[in-house]
Ligand binder design. Sequence first.
Ligand code: LIP
Length: 279
Amino acid sequence: MSAVSTSDTTIALEPLVDLARTVGREAAELVRERRPAGRVPVATTKSSPIDVVTEIDRASEALIRRRILDARPDDAFIGEEDEDVAGTSGVEWVVDPIDGTVNFVYGYPAYAVSIAARRDGEAVVGYVVNIASGEEWGAVAGGGAWRWAGEERIALAPPLPVEGTPVDLGSLLVGTGFNYSRSVREAQARAVAAMLPHVRDIRRGGAAALDLCAVADGRLDAYVEQGLKPWDLAAGSLIAAEAGLVVSGLDGPADERLTLVVAASRRREFLELVRACGF
Ligand code: LIP
């Protein structure tokens, strides 16, 4: 039984995994049931005219918030769409009720519920479900990462080159994404254009949580994005790390400035390329 021990308590992690999955599946089902045919109406925008929110984003977060805090009333809760809730238990839930909201609005089948539990600021449980496909991924700190096949957990085993293998950046399929701010997007476009000739190809899926699970599942070789929020990042970065990838920022932990995910044996060269391209 995986657990985390800190200064005061030991917390069993499996019950947190079970709660995250149960509630995440419920939220995904709510989103599927409520999604109308065609485009989803936008309720409002946030940081820019293309940073959209729907009533279904809000309903998904309300369900997740209610179900988790009913089960664990002393926990803290941070969600993308509503106010933070302080807690006393030391466990903090970080939730994106629909990651890939623009994809959701358009019906592009790459949007996810992302639920993480953090302890002392570090993710200890992560759960991501692709709402459109039903694919699910999970991870426990120190306990590995997996995809679910029904009730079975299939350990994630991305093809990680052994240390010392010559690094060929031209073989890398790299995921990335773009910010909602025009000025940031202009800089990101220049950086991606500079990177493209040096790698196999670029993929822009539109949902960070699914991009992080894609690297963990071997569907991408690396991922780099600027501007991710904690709820975009928390669950998927634990899944990627527990699958054996290195998750970092430019000069420290992954953060809003930059998230970079790659195999350890490629990190030095890939980081050099990221810097040279101006990410
Ligand atoms: C999205 C991220 C994606 C990023 C988008 C957006 P949202 O989150 O998951 O990686 O490129 O610009 O930030 O807004 O759909 O929850």
